[in-house]
Design a protein around this ligand. Structure first.
Ligand code: GLN
Length: 246
């Protein structure tokens, strides 16, 4: 399973969020502590997305995060009020390439998926048929995460929470046992799910941080129950159980 991370709050250097904490996303790439049988290291690329004057910018690479010598300097010099990042452990059979690493982007939205779709790609044929052909032809990569993203983008007019929740429901129905842990933000609002994997939240008066694994012990981190939908801004955070909770 990949590890992913999102932050909304006061302007902060990316390095303070992604590299510096004792159990940061950077460290989780080679020393994750809760992979639940989904691999052992997250070395199949990484990506980070942030907002500059309200517009998303991304930096993705196909190399392990620790192998990018430019990253520490870059992350120390970029500051943002909203960040999404992921380190990838590619699912067996999926391509290893830069464009298969999160975050995925559509207009102001950034998206990350931790998990896998069971029975890929056959199990998704029916749902994919409902998408405009151009959306399928312009997917970033032929990976389950990119198709999930295409399905969600296609429903964003329902609102981000409903778009995510309905896609999770339908993908689970078509591909039971899938792992559908996602993060979605436009830089102001954040939607996240736990669907068979962990997500921890840390809230302060003016920030919310979510991460597959907490970056330290204590420090106000709390774990969300499985099958939860989280919606947040930097000032508020609420969670609701999702249908099909076990
Ligand atoms: N299935 C996705 C991929 O192959 C996500 C992988 C993961 O969460 N480990 O990229």
């Amino acid at each position: 399973m990949c590890r992913h991370f999102a932050y909304l709050g006061p302007e902060t250097p990316l390095a303070s969020l992604l590299l510096d904490p004792p159990h940061s996303l950077y460290r989780q790439s080679w020393s994750p502590s809760d992979m639940r049988g989904g691999g052992s290291v997250n070395a199949d690329g990484f990506g980070m997305g942030w907002y500059t004057q309200g517009e998303p910018v991304r930096y993705r690479r196909s190399v392990p995060i620790w192998a990018d010598e430019n990253l520490p300097g870059l992350a120390a010099s970029i500051r943002s009020t909203a960040v999404v990042a992921a380190v990838r452990n590619g699912t067996v059979g999926m391509p290893l390439m830069e464009s298969a690493a999160g975050p995925f982007q559509h207009q102001r939205w950034l998206f990350s998926h931790n998990g896998l779709v069971r029975g890929w790609p056959g199990s998704m044929a029916k749902l994919a048929e409902g998408l405009p052909v151009t959306d399928l032809l312009t997917m970033d990569a032929t990976v389950d995460s990119a198709l999930l993203w295409a399905l969600i983008v296609n429903r964003l007019e329902l609102g981000p929470a409903e778009a995510v929740a309905s896609v999770v429901r339908e993908v689970e129905a078509a591909a039971p046992g899938s792992r559908l842990n996602v993060l979605l933000t436009d830089g102001e609002q954040l939607v996240a799910t736990t669907w068979t994997h962990s997500l921890w939240v840390k809230q302060t008066d003016d920030s919310v941080t979510v991460s597959s694994e907490p970056w330290s012990t204590g420090d106000g981190w709390r774990e969300l129950p499985d099958r939860t939908l989280l919606t947040a801004t930097r000032y508020s955070c609420s969670t609701t159980p999702m249908e099909g909770r076990q």
